[in-house]
Design a protein around this ligand. Structure first.
Ligand code: ZN
Length: 56
């Protein structure tokens, strides 16, 4: 039975300290503040309470 998480976590280090960044090529991406890993943001991540940091 898969574990249901209330909050998105980093795929690498399982940190919940994530932020949404804007990437010109890939669009919105989720980045882990702990290890720096980033991935294309999912709808769940975009609609969650992650703070948004639009890179200029
Ligand atoms: Zn991480």
């Amino acid at each position: 039975m898969p574990q249901m998480l209330d909050f998105p976590t980093c795929y690498v280090c399982r940190s919940v300290d994530l932020e949404i960044i804007s990437n010109e090529e890939f669009g919105p991406m989720t980045m882990c503040c702990e290890c720096g890993y980033s991935w294309i943001a999912s709808y769940e991540e975009l609609s969650s309470d992650i703070r948004v940091n639009i890179a200029s």
